[in-house]
Write a protein that binds this ligand. Structure first.
Ligand code: NCD
Length: 360
């Protein structure tokens, strides 16, 4: 299914040259934001946030306001018609009548793609459940470009909830498309990186290793990307408590790291980085959040100027086959066409990337 509009659902739907163009624009805006103060005058952005957010929502809003545009939206679906039972399709359709671009965050994997299927304007994925978070990745890429001066040849430690953390999923998919990047995945056995992301790293030409010890690998890292244990994505409080506090970055552990290593975190932090680490010049997470605003200015501008169409569904329906990921949007919004890529006995859900094996 081809949409008439450009959408950003997954960064990997675009070539690396497109990301590089955005990063160049983001850097130009960062150097002289005033130049862009009227670039989106008369344009309106709709922010549909079905899940809590501080940075992503506010950085999108300030980005649009700093481009001279305006903003409508909700940050609590219970104050909208969603509380009356309105489905995702109808809400998106209506808001796309009012807005020139929609930014959506949703607790369910594949929601942004589902929204893009019906929207009459571009849709930007601001996080879909534990699946992807492409605009956080753009933020991370801009931070790396400015602070490390390169996007290749890096050893990147990813630490924490690698299973549920959408930011590390998108980051790995993107960074493996630049040459010679090596990922060190630091997590408990329960919270390991999903295999579809590891496959994407291999396919992109990247390499990875897995470990349970942060201290053991600290001295190898050029970048340490810390993440929060994603409490809201656990089936029970008990399972969450068993994972909480496993990895805590302290000034003492920072002594093991290279002098030019940088610490990144998409935020919010809970307790995985102690507050004294903030005073270490290598702690970049607050700066990183600011870069998020500049790259979102570049993204909004680009999406509003583009006339590109987007291929949203490439695969096909298979008689009686449904996605087996219970957190997939196709279960919450049953009218959606089920669509799978893949051949033979392995199918891949086009909304949430979940794989299913067909039995014959
Ligand atoms: C992240 C998210 O929402 O996935 N936050 C963000 O957008 N900066 C990370 C998180 O919630 O842990």
């Amino acid at each position: 299914m081809i949409s008439e509009f450009p959408h950003l659902i997954d960064l990997n739907d675009y070539p690396v040259t497109w990301w590089n163009g955005l990063l160049d624009l983001g850097e130009k805006i960062l150097q002289n934001p005033a130049l862009y103060a009227n670039s989106c005058k008369g344009k309106l952005m709709g922010t549909l946030f079905y899940e809590p957010s501080t940075r992503t929502q506010m950085s999108f809003q300030t980005a649009m306001l700093r481009l001279g545009g305006t903003v409508i939206g909700f940050d609590n679906p219970l104050t909208s018609s969603v509380a009356k039972g309105e489905n995702l399709k109808d809400t998106t359709k209506i808001v796309s009548n009012y807005a020139d671009v929609i930014v959506m965050r949703h607790p369910t994997a594949g929601a942004a793609k589902a929204a893009a299927l019906t929207a009459d304007c571009p849709v930007i994925n601001a996080g879909d459940g534990g699946h992807l978070h492409p605009t956080q990745t753009l933020t991370d890429l801009l931070t790396l470009k400015v602070k490390k001066k390169r996007l290749s040849g890096l050893t990147i430690g990813l630490c924490g909830d690698l299973y549920n953390g959408r930011t590390v999923h998108s980051l790995c998919k993107a960074m493996s498309c630049y040459p010679d990047n090596h990922f060190i995945m630091i997590s408990t056995k329960e919270l390991r990186m999903p295999s579809y992301i590891k496959d994407a790293i291999r396919a992109g030409g990247g390499t990875y290793e897995e470990t349970e010890s942060l201290e053991a690998v600290m001295d190898k890292l050029d970048v340490l990307y810390m993440t929060r244990i994603q409490k809201e994505r656990f089936a029970s409080e008990e399972e969450y408590l068993a994972q909480k506090d496993t990895y805590i970055l302290t000034p003492k552990k920072m002594q093991l790291a290279k002098q030019d290593m940088i610490v990144m975190h998409p935020l919010p932090r809970v307790d995985e980085i102690t507050v004294p680490v903030d005073d270490d010049p290598r702690a970049l997470y607050f700066k990183q959040a600011k870069y998020g605003m500049y790259i979102r200015m570049a993204l909004i501008l680009t999406m509003l100027q583009s006339t590109a169409k987007t291929e949203l569904l490439r695969g096909k329906e298979h008689m009686g086959v449904v996605c087996r990921n219970e957190k997939c949007i196709t279960h919450a919004e049953p009218y959606l066409p089920k669509s799978f890529t893949g051949t033979g006995t392995t199918l891949v859900c086009e909304y949430c990337d979940h794989r299913l094996l067909l039995e014959h």
